[in-house]
Design a protein around this ligand. Structure first.
Ligand code: NAD
Length: 499
């Protein structure tokens, strides 16, 4: 019997009742290891009922008391980290070491959220007028929801839930149906940490669940992370239903390699950032842009050797560089892009399609692939491939290299490798992209700064985590107050001013 996963509602694991399920695979073997229930609209509504009820009391807890639950949660996740990392790896396919990074980057935002009481303090103007004080309060929104992708099943739910909860909201998570077990386990740990039932819920599902959250008037804000077309759909629907939304989408992250870059550094950076997690990261480097033919030739020669030597295997095998892709469909999608790239005239310098992993013949594996001479008009340049495929787009000079990421429709991350501070400074100032690395290939900002891409990589005006998350998950109330005694003024028909 295939194990059946659940939802997490009212502080408990609850079986699905819709009768609809999706398969959860073990990507290393290709076998179905569990079935996840796909919630009906009625089930989602019941989750929102429980969340709305719990939120009223949660918002009355003082901020520091709320933060203490998160402190306890941090300890519990750390104590459970080995088990969580293996669980994550077995459903996603990333290595256990990489799964630990997924959990750790999530916990760093929980650590940030423990300090959120400091950011909930409002502003105060003493004597803004005669005897008049003006102050603002940050109040929770109520029920908020997060819809998250398969590729960071611990980190992204925590990026959203921890600030939302610390601000006094109830949070409903609709995780990816491809790897739902880690979110369910995190929900249990929130409960063990003392979070009241209903403040954090997990509702598993697909479009039906998302559409129900989009129209429920009690859901005040939606945070989405996933592919761009769906990010845009969620953003538009949320706005049409009067909700706040921040929706993060796909990416095509470039790394510029200047002629003066340390080539050994650049090659190692590209190998890690291009092929780590089989390229299934929104901040993966997918386009390397060497400047000048000599730089390009040297870079391609060294990269090709390294890509051919990459070790690919089962995700629980500690000796591998990266594991399988998440699903058979994901492998097919990447294979289709390889065919498209060849047909478009790009040069496939390293072809990873023939890879077999002994003992895991049905796993969703693909070896590292390297395309050279990729041009901006090609689909493999314009579209997100989301696999272990690095494209080399040669640029004649710095200005052309700067134009490529700046004019691309995605604008998540970008990096430049150079030894020249002047070039780096010019690049960081002018490039049209949300997050920039200087000699850093994956510039994911730390928890107390904010994360967000530009253009089709991000819809909405506030980023994830950092101070923006407090702005997103609270509304500002501004109070003007005075306590006059004695003589009352007569009615004034003139607009009050601070003259
Ligand atoms: P996806 O868009 O397929 O799914 C994301 C979420 O949307 C899931 O919870 C899914 O169940 C739901 N969903 C799927 N189809 C839907 C529909 N038609 N209507 C409503 N909801 C729907 O994305 P994925 O494959 O899980 O994740 C990979 C994508 O996420 C890549 O494009 C990657 O770049 C992106 N991503 C972006 C960031 C970022 O911060 N910008 C971070 C991680 C991943």
């Amino acid at each position: 019997m295939t194990p059946e996963l659940t939802h997490f509602v009212g502080g408990k694991l609850v079986p699905g009742t819709s009768g609809r399920f999706a398969d959860v695979s073990d990507p290393s073997t290709g076998a179905v290891q569990a079935r996840v229930p796909l919630a009906s609209a009625a089930e989602v509504t019941a989750v929102v009922d429980a969340a709305a009820e719990a939120q009223r009391e949660w918002a009355r807890w003082n901020p520091q008391r709320r933060a203490r639950v998160l402190m306890k949660f941090l300890d519990l996740v750390r104590a459970d980290e080995d088990r969580l990392a293996r669980l994550l790896s077995s459903e996603h396919g990333k290595t256990v070491a990489d799964a630990r990074g997924d959990i750790q980057r999530g916990l760093e935002v929980v650590e940030f959220a423990v300090g959120i009481p400091h950011l909930l303090k409002g502003e105060f103007s003493d004597s803004a007028g005669t005897g008049i004080d003006v102050y603002s309060m940050r109040q929770p929104l109520g029920v908020v929801a997060g819809i998250t992708p398969f590729n960071f099943p611990a980190m992204i739910p925590l990026w959203k839930a921890a600030p939302a909860i610390a601000c006094g909201n109830a949070f409903v998570l609709k995780p990816s149906e491809r790897d739902p077990s880690v979110p369910l386990r995190l929900a249990e740990l929130f409960g063990e940490a003392g979070l009241p039932p209903g403040v954090f819920s997990v509702v598993n599902g697909d479009k039906e669940a998302v559409d129900t959250l989009l129209v429920d008037p009690r859901v005040e804000a939606l945070g989405f992370v996933g592919s761009s077309d769906i990010a845009q759909y969620v953003y538009e629907q949320a706005a049409a239903h009067g909700k706040r939304a921040q929706c993060f989408g796909g990416a095509k992250n470039h790394m510029i390699v200047m002629p003066d870059a340390d080539l050994d550094q650049a090659v190692e950076a590209l190998i890690g950032a291009g092929y780590g997690s089989a390229g299934e990261r929104c901040m993966a480097i997918t386009v390397a842009v060497p400047v000048g033919e000599a730089t390009a030739d040297a870079l391609v020669e060294r990269l090709a050797k390294r890509v051919r030597g990459l070790k690919v295997g089962a995700s629980l095998d500690e000796s591998v560089d990266f594991g399988p892709l998440v699903s058979a469909a994901a492998v097919q999608r990447v294979r289709d892009y390889l065919d498209i790239g060849i047909a478009e005239g790009a040069e496939l310098v390293v072809d990873g399609r023939d890879l077999t992993v002994p003992g895991h013949e049905n796993g969703f594996f693909l070896g590292g692939c390297l395309f050279d001479r990729v041009r901006p008009e090609m689909r493999i340049y314009r579209e997100e491939i989301f696999g272990p495929v690095l494209c080399i787009a040669r640029a004649a000079d710095y200005e052309e290299a700067l134009r490529l990421p700046s004019e691309h429709e995605y604008g998540n991350g970008v990096a430049i490798f150079t030894r020249d501070g002047d070039t780096a400074r010019d690049f960081t100032a002018r490039v049209n992209t949300g997050m920039v690395g200087v000699n850093v290939p994956i510039p994911v900002p730390i928890a107390y700064h904010t994360f967000g891409g530009w253009k089709r990589s991000g819809f909405g005006d506030l980023n994830q985590h950092g101070p923006d998350s407090v702005r997103f998950y609270t509304k500002t109330k501004t109070v003007t107050s005075r306590w006059p005694s004695g003589a009352k003024e007569s009615a004034s028909f003139v607009m009050p001013t601070m003259a």
